[in-house]
Design a protein around this ligand. Structure first.
Ligand SMILES: [Zn+2]
Length: 211
């Protein structure tokens, strides 16, 4: 069996950048382990609090990502005014009600108004808002608002499809429940054919969300 070192990530640099108080998380996780009747000192669990603390530095890195740095050098003045669509951006987030993952994909579209952003930056924007404790509705809106404020485009639209483990693993145990949220600004809100063009595009050839 291949040995996998789960402790590789995140890097020390990533940890330094996050504002996570590692010691405090460690102490709290140790307490939870005790509280659920586990022995925090048994072999398999001994380093779990430390791993979890480091893991949060990665999963919650979005709080300390610098938006200025993120879009740095990637804004371009162009005379292009057709719809730009980036679809199927995968994301991993944690729901703020249970701190369990919700996972899925994000589709983003905008119609430029003299300014565009490098395509590779859009997934980074998604990361900035997904790597936090979130609710899907707010994450959707934050991504749309950020792009609106950044580019002042003729319109921006964001659709998020996700599966929430807090629904699959517990409670109602709806294993196949998917949630879809959207946020629209400008032309996508006021102009039905524009909105429809985007919605048609993201549904074309799309496979059911699998996680
Ligand atoms: Zn939840």
């Amino acid at each position: 069996m291949e040995y996998i070192d789960f402790d590789d990530n995140p890097s020390n640099e990533q940890i330094a950048e996050s504002r996570i108080d590692l010691e405090m998380v460690e102490a709290a996780v140790k307490q939870i382990l005790g509280a659920v009747g586990e022995d925090p000192d048994r072999d398999g669990l001994k380093r779990t609090p430390e791993r979890i603390a480091r893991m949060y530095a990665e999963l919650l890195a979005g709080y300390t990502m610098d938006p200025g740095k993120l879009v740095n050098d990637a804004l371009f003045d162009v005379k292009y005014d057709e719809m730009v669509i980036v679809r199927d951006i995968e994301f991993y987030s944690l729901c703020e009600h249970h701190m369990l993952p919700f996972i899925g994909r994000v589709h983003v579209a905008y119609i430029p108004n003299g300014k565009v952003i490098g395509l590779s930056k859009i997934p980074r924007i998604v990361d900035m808002y997904s790597r936090r404790l979130q609710v899907q509705e707010r994450m959707t809106r934050q991504i749309a608002d950020f792009i609106r404020d950044l580019l002042d485009p003729q319109g921006v639209a964001v659709v998020v499809e996700a599966m929430h483990l807090c629904m699959s693993m517990r409670g109602v145990q709806k294993h196949n429940a998917r949630m879809t949220t959207s946020a629209m600004h400008g032309a996508f809100r006021s102009n039905a054919p524009t909105r429809q063009e985007f919605l048609d595009n993201i549904s074309r050839g799309s496979t059911p969300l699998q996680v």
